[in-house]
Design a protein around this ligand. Structure first.
Ligand code: SME
Length: 186
């Protein structure tokens, strides 16, 4: 993609399509901060004004997964005392995770982002894919602060995620919370 084409796409508010066109030519040369800065704008423009929660979450996972080249990217949604599998990209995954179980259930119970540099060192880690080596889980909330879901991301490499990923994925989670209606999604 030429520099002129990149400038044009930027001028059009970072149309989501830009992600796919520029992944190799552009993002690879940017540092992680700049990549996330762009990605958060793209998430916003991708889901704003839509009222189809499943479609919005599916598109978010596609955007994040394709852009960042992660192994598994998806949402688990709170239903009763269980997280249930939601829209995702990557290999098949387990359907149900109890509150307090695995990285996802722990992030929900403790209501905090969890970064796991080596999944083998996390007691109770649930291995949906034996190829996952590191992971990050970020909780999302409703207007009253209750956890509605978690964004779960796996990598095939050790120590993929750090405080930069945590900060930006939390920023993206805040955007999703304001644009996606989680009520009755399941
Ligand atoms: N590893 C997660 C389970 C979900 S998969 O990674 C898709 C966990 O320990 O909660």
């Amino acid at each position: 993609m030429t520099k002129v084409a990149i400038k044009q796409a930027e001028a059009q508010n970072f149309a989501p399509l830009l992600v796919y066109l520029t992944k190799k030519d552009y993002f690879c040369r940017m540092d992680k901060e700049k990549t996330y800065q762009l990605l958060s704008k793209q998430v916003e423009s991708l889901i704003e004004g839509e009222h189809n929660a499943v479609g919005q979450l599916a598109n978010i996972t596609a955007l994040l997964h394709e852009t960042m080249g992660w192994w598994w990217t998806g949402f688990y949604l709170v239903k009763g005392d269980t997280l249930q599998l939601g829209p995702f990209q990557g290999p098949v995954a387990c359907y149900n995770i109890k509150r307090g179980r695995g990285v996802c259930g722990t992030a929900w119970q403790e209501n905090r982002t969890i970064v796991v540099p080596d999944v083998e060192q996390f007691p109770g880690h649930i291995a949906c894919s034996s190829l996952s080596r590191s992971e990050i889980v970020v909780p999302l909330h409703d207007g009253e602060g209750n956890v509605t879901s978690v964004l779960d991301i796996d990598s095939k490499e050790l120590a993929t995620f750090d405080e930069v990923d945590a900060r930006w994925l939390e920023e993206i989670a805040r955007i999703i919370e304001t644009q996606v209606t989680f009520n009755n999604i399941l």
